[in-house]
Design a protein around this ligand. Structure first.
Ligand code: ATP
Length: 362
């Protein structure tokens, strides 16, 4: 028994199959106490299955899930120190807000007295800034408020881990952003571990301390948001988290030189350990600067703007680069000498710091 574990959740070689389908494959994971971790990945990669195994709604086919150092094998959901908030909040429409929040407490055995139940339900409503709303009917609450009722219901029995399965997916973008901030603030205030399932990379990057990127039943990277974005572990992560230009290249000689398909060479600093051979370079659209091609502008690459998406403070350009194909470039207006947007069909030159290039061997 290791109840003094500093990890709230641990997966030891956990796999889960449904018949012939392997949903989760040999996952090892440690989530420190009080962390906000996001499970991020495309549809079907196994995020929800992991969450459900923590919650006790699914059992691993092999391996162990531990909560607070205790193996959870055979421990039913209602005996685990966790609670779950679902995408469909599943509130009872015929109960008022307080009755919804206190539902679990009213089922508890041994019984809890009515005054205590009401006090705890109202404390939970205060936590989600819904104090005073206890007697409202569910249909009198907005979408965002219903989401907070669902949160209060999950917090009322003071779980040590809160599991959130795409909890904001039903909200419109503005409300979702507001709720993201609220959830993050709430997590900091309560200091309990949050595990969030999402396929929205912005949500994962903006809310969590740790992003666990999954693909095809496996963890491909587990790191702080900035690390995942700046140093993706492979091309899948580079593509899935943020946008990436993929450039076919050949690593030459001692590994610090790469040759692009148009014959040009790039000297890449600090990459001397790369094996020579074919590789794919990954370059973020915002790591590239764009200049109008006039007398003075020189650049690593040149091409023609084929499309522009105006985003207000910035613009996203598609550029057909000579000999290399399409590139995506995000340019801040301030970066252009005259502050004017570049027009489609204009010729441009592109520059980037070779240090911003990630190289993945083929
Ligand atoms: P989404 O973002 O679409 O919810 P996910 O990453 O949460 O996806 P899971 O729901 O964990 O993915 O599913 C992982 C794989 O396991 C999928 O191939 C899915 O079809 C399969 N799967 C999940 N639950 C079951 C089940 N009860 N029976 C059979 N297959 C299942």
């Amino acid at each position: 028994m290791t109840s003094a574990s500093t990890n709230d959740i641990e997966f030891r070689s956990v796999s889960k199959s449904y018949g012939a389908v392997t949903a989760v494959s040999d996952i090892n994971l440690q989530v420190p106490k009080g962390a906000f971790v996001a499970l991020l990945g495309p549809s079907g990669c196994g995020k929800t299955t992991c969450l459900r195994m923590i919650g006790g709604f699914e059992q691993p086919t092999s391996g162990d899930v531990l909560i607070n150092g205790q193996p959870m094998n055979g421990v039913p959901a209602y005996r685990r120190p966790v609670n779950m908030v679902f995408q469909q909040y599943a509130l009872f429409p015929h109960f008022d807000v307080e009755q919804n929040v206190s539902y679990g407490l009213r089922q508890a055995r041994p019984r809890i007295n009515a005054t205590e139940i009401s006090r705890r339900a109202n404390d939970a409503l205060e936590m989600v800034r819904l104090g005073g709303f206890g007697k409202r009917r569910i249909h009198e609450m907005s979408g965002g408020q219903q989401q907070r009722v669902a949160l209060a219901r999950a917090l009322v029995n003071k779980p040590s881990v809160l599991l959130l399965d795409e909890p904001l997916a039903a909200l419109d973008k503005k409300l979702r952003t507001a709720m993201q901030i609220e959830l993050q603030t709430l997590q900091r205030e309560l200091g309990i571990t949050f595990v969030l399932v999402t396929h929205d990379q912005e949500e994962a990057l903006s809310m969590s301390d740790l992003v666990c990127v999954m693909n095809a039943g496996r963890i491909v990277q587990l790191a702080a948001p900035r690390e995942v974005y700046d140093h993706p572990s492979d091309l899948f992560v580079a593509d899935f988290v943020g946008k990436t230009n993929r450039i076919a290249a050949t690593v030459e000689g001692d590994g610090s030189t790469v040759r692009l398909a148009d014959g040009s060479k790039l000297l890449i600093p600090g990459k001397g350990d790369l094996r020579s051979g074919s590789a794919t370079l990954a370059l973020r659209p915002e790591a590239i600067t764009l200049h109008r091609q006039n007398g003075s502008a020189t650049g690593k690459l040149s091409g023609v703007v084929t499309h522009r998406i105006f985003l207000g403070s910035s613009a996203e350009y598609s550029v057909a680069v000579d000999g290399l194909g399409d590139f995506l470039v995000t340019a801040d207006r301030r970066d252009l000498s005259d502050g004017e947007l570049v027009e489609p069909s204009e010729r441009v030159v592109l520059n980037f710091d070779p240090g911003a290039v990630h190289i993945f061997p083929a």
